[in-house]
Design a protein around this ligand. Structure first.
Ligand code: FES
Ligand SMILES: [Fe+2]
Length: 444
């Protein structure tokens, strides 16, 4: 039985006690009360990925996204900028746009009573205007137009929003992790990315933290993905000279513990991290003719070398995004409840670079991240079995002790670690504790 009845909202000590230095209580994964508190505190105060500016190239182009229960619109304004608005009419709360993407001709018009709004959220018109005269309507909250997130930031085309007014500013929150987005964008000779090839989506019946932890879990591939890498190994023996691209991507999953140990890792402040500071399963992909020369011309030989040699396995943008520089992919988590997480996988074409880069990304996404793939379904099976088993009787603690040292607690969260250490997961939970502190204004 979960400790749901404790009432974590009114017992901050019990809430903080769910995370210890080397283990976390199962309620962080299975309790709906905890998930509700995460929505109000952790997700509201974090910078969440909305979308990429290349998805809305022209005025009026929009996408709609659910940010952990808050529907938002990302739309291109006539001034050239991208705006993020809460997708909730100022009148009575109807959803303004219901399609996942589209184009609005001139104004956002509510389908319910036809109030209209500018692309920056300003109220432009109400139906039966005369009925509001002399009512003091201009002083109402509704007259202020659409609600907006507490903060919006665009970085190299990646658009993020912080729902709460409270929380770290964008650069303070992500800090050195942003270098990974620079790396991805600079893989283009013109420094720009284009979302391409659609989105792989999946619904996984597990808590979002299981997924974001697994992104740093270098010890699982050799066992979890044994069937995929073993089969790839057998098939590759039939190809004497060169392996097809699919095998090039699958074979490294079978690399031993030693490989993953040496790839190195780094914890970053606020739960972010880099797995594969030295190299990764993506480092040995075959060269693309003329690509390096193209980057050298654009960025200079030194920077081009830096860009191509930084190829981590995963960079986590805690709490709900992770990137791969090569292939150019991001994974975004859209948590729905304690037991349900939606996954989005987006691929990018570096503008002006060979198209084979996008092909690699799309192939990787289909082979590895799709739940219909030869890799992703292994993970999904385990996440879902973990989720249901944790709710049953038995040890209520999840262990995260591998390579723990007491010194870790005094170190800054900007430390190198062995690639097989669980330090990156412990780092996530330290951030979790900090982000789950009650708001001083919150009534208990
Ligand atoms: S709810 Fe939108 S106009 Fe009434
Ligand atoms: Fe996996």
């Amino acid at each position: 039985m979960s400790k749901n009845d404790v009432g974590y909202r009114s017992d901050p000590q019990a809430l903080q006690g769910l995370v210890e230095a080397t283990q976390v209580h199962r309620d962080v994964y299975i309790s709906e009360e905890i998930f509700q508190l995460e929505r109000e505190r952790l997700f509201a105060r974090s910078w969440l990925y909305v979308g990429h500016a290349s998805q809305v190239p022209e005025t009026g182009d929009y996408i709609t996204v659910d940010l952990v229960g808050t529907p938002v619109i990302m739309i291109r304004h006539a001034d050239g900028g991208v705006r993020v608005l809460i997708n909730r009419c100022a009148h009575k709360g109807a959803r303004l746009l219901s399609e996942p993407s589209g184009k609005v001709p001139r104004l956002l018009r509510c389908p319910y009573h036809a109030w209209s709004f500018d692309f920056d959220g300003r109220l432009r018109g109400v139906s039966l205007k005369a009925g509001y005269e002399g009512t003091g309507f201009e002083h109402s909250v509704a007259a202020q137009g659409l609600s907006q997130p507490g903060g919006v930031a665009e970085y190299r085309g990646f658009v993020f929003a912080r729902l709460s007014q409270e929380g770290a500013d964008f650069h303070g929150f992500f800090g050195p992790a942003l270098k990974a987005l620079d790396n991805m964008a600079d893989r283009s000779p013109v420094g720009e990315l284009q979302v391409a090839g659609g989105c792989v989506r999946a619904e996984i019946h597990c808590n979002w933290k299981m997924y974001i932890e697994n992104i740093n879990d270098s010890v699982h591939p050799i066992s979890t993905h044994e069937s995929a890498s073993g089969t790839a190994g057998k098939i590759s023996q039939e190809f004497s000279d060169a392996n097809p691209a699919a095998l090039e991507q699958l074979l490294p999953f079978g690399a031993g513990y030693d490989f993953y140990s040496k790839m190195g890792a780094r914890t970053l402040p606020n739960g972010h991290s880099i797995l594969g500071t030295e190299f990764s399963i993506h480092s040995a992909y075959s060269d693309i003719p003329n690509y390096q020369q193209q980057l050298e011309q654009a960025h200079g030989p030194e920077r081009a070398g830096e860009i191509l040699s930084f190829s981590p396995q995963n960079v986590v943008f805690y709490p709900s995004m992770a990137s791969k520089g090569s292939p150019q992919i991001i994974r975004v988590l859209r948590p729905v409840s304690a037991n349900l997480t939606r996954l989005e996988v987006w691929s990018f074409q570096p503008k002006g670079a060979p198209e084979v880069l996008l092909k690699r990304g799309l192939m990787y996404s289909r082979l590895v991240f799709s739940p219909m793939s030869v890799v992703g379904h292994d993970d999904v099976h385990l996440f879902e079995s973990q989720q249901s088993s944790l709710a049953s009787a038995g040890n209520p603690w999840v262990n995260l002790q591998r390579q723990f040292t007491l010194a870790e607690l005094d170190q800054e969260d900007n430390s190198l670690a062995d690639g097989n250490s669980e330090a990156l997961m412990r780092n996530q939970f330290r951030a979790w504790q900090a982000l789950m502190q009650p708001d001083t204004k919150e009534s208990s």
